[in-house]
Design a protein around this ligand. Sequence first.
Ligand SMILES: Cc1cc2nc3c(=O)[nH]c(=O)nc-3n(C[C@H](O)[C@H](O)[C@H](O)COP(=O)(O)O)c2cc1C
Length: 293
Amino acid sequence: MPQPTIDRDQCAVCGACAAICPCLIFERTKDGIRLFPDRADWCFACGQCMAACPTEAVSVPPLGCADFPALPAGAADLAALEALFLERRSVRRFTEEPVSREALEEIVRLSATAPFGVPPTDVEVTVFSTREQIQAILPAVYTGMEQFMQALRNPIYRFLIRRQMGPEMFDALMEHLLPFVPPMCRLYRETGFDSATWGAPAMLLFHHPKRSVCGKENCYIACTYAMLAAQTLGLGTTMIGIVAGVVDMDKALRAKLGIPDGNQCEISLIIGHPAVHYRRAIPREHKSVTWVG
Ligand SMILES: Cc1cc2nc3c(=O)[nH]c(=O)nc-3n(C[C@H](O)[C@H](O)[C@H](O)COP(=O)(O)O)c2cc1C
């Protein structure tokens, strides 16, 4: 467990650490900042006390203040953020221009700033930086989809899969997603057209150790950050659920990609230069919003 410490000589006793610590480890008293020794064990190294301390007096090893980036001036305002959100679409048609390594590095770097359940983050990313690398896994992806559909025709497998997924999720998948799979596979087999990764020149695959708190949610949030980061670079993206699902079930493919055995693949993000530009946003609202009281 990390052990927070305070350099009394440097501490300005401003109380910022006490005001923000989620574990209530610090208390501001008239004699200075008090550390509750029995609560120090609760520290999960979120880094917030160090990010807020004006004098670098708080320390939570192994975190080091020197590694904390300075905050850039001028955060995005609401209008800029709304513009970014509204212009984003799931892009499924790309030019042949590759995505530069620099752009992919920036996208991955920014996606790591996403919130996650409990530090340290457990999100792992596998980067496909060329179309050839994506194409190399497509035969296994389509075979995996076909085998899954085949398995569903067997009542025993169907029962087991339904039980494993939960009946609501299974029924929703059967209704809304699985009808697309046979035509996708047929199209690929007959014409080579790839409607799983849509000819994208790059892809990120997000996965996490199965033994992790909020691993699934962490991957989805990081993927959303990556999506928005890519948008600022003029790139188009689409989250692709189906590829992660199939890779997850294919032990040989996972080994080839260096995805650890105990990891769960959650979601992938295809990235490329959009071949089509949108002229307007699409109106969107939540299914329901209820104000309490
Ligand atoms: C979790 C998730 C999984 C998705 N999986 C796929 C997919 O496998 N294939 C695909 O073409 N689009 C996929 N999408 C994209 C959605 O279809 C798309 O977000 C939706 O139609 C709304 O369109 P918009 O993103 O342009 O607003 C996925 C989106 C999410 C959030």
